[in-house]
Design a protein around this ligand. Structure first.
Ligand code: ZN
Length: 161
């Protein structure tokens, strides 16, 4: 393996933001994860843009999100119909999303969103194509300053789905 242009970049500092898991029903899946993790979910919310209801377990700066479709046209409903319940996507946070997309594009990674778009909770997000990422759907989210996060939700955190 040679040195890729990416490895030379000092600012290539992605962090694991969250893992999204598609479930048929939060009512049955949340207790399974609560038993597994030995604690309660931190909160639940509805993300209208993505047509999902989400239950969130926080681990420091990372989270597990259980995703239930709120409509038959939800991306999660389509995923469940095709693949059944399981891991849906993982999300990495990056300091400068537009710049990162440019670098990934130059290095041959296929992008679903060539430019950042608006995600839930006023975040800036972009998806990479699973064909370029070992079959895993990867979402990138631009890091936000903690202070400005999630005004719309009482616990001060914004699930992005
Ligand atoms: Zn997500």
């Amino acid at each position: 393996m040679g040195t890729s242009p990416l490895q030379k970049r000092r600012d290539f500092a992605m962090k694991l933001d969250h893992v999204g898991i598609a479930v048929e029903s939060l009512r049955t899946a949340v207790p399974v994860f609560e038993r597994l993790l030995g604690r309660r979910a931190d909160f639940e919310d509805v993300v209208e843009d993505q047509q999902v209801r989400v239950a969130v377990f926080e681990f420091g700066r990372s989270r597990i999100e259980l995703l239930e479709a709120t409509s038959p046209t939800s991306p999660i409903a389509r995923f469940l119909a095709k693949r059944g319940p399981g891991m849906h996507h993982l999300t990495l946070s990056v300091p400068n999303l537009a710049e990162r997309l440019r670098v990934l594009d130059e290095s041959g990674v296929r992008l679903i969103d060539p430019k950042p778009r608006r995600g839930a909770g006023n975040s800036r997000i972009a998806f990479l194509h699973p064909a370029s990422t070992s079959g895993v759907l990867i979402e990138l989210v631009e890091e936000k300053r903690r202070r400005s996060q999630g005004r719309s939700n009482p616990k001060g955190r914004a699930p992005r789905a």
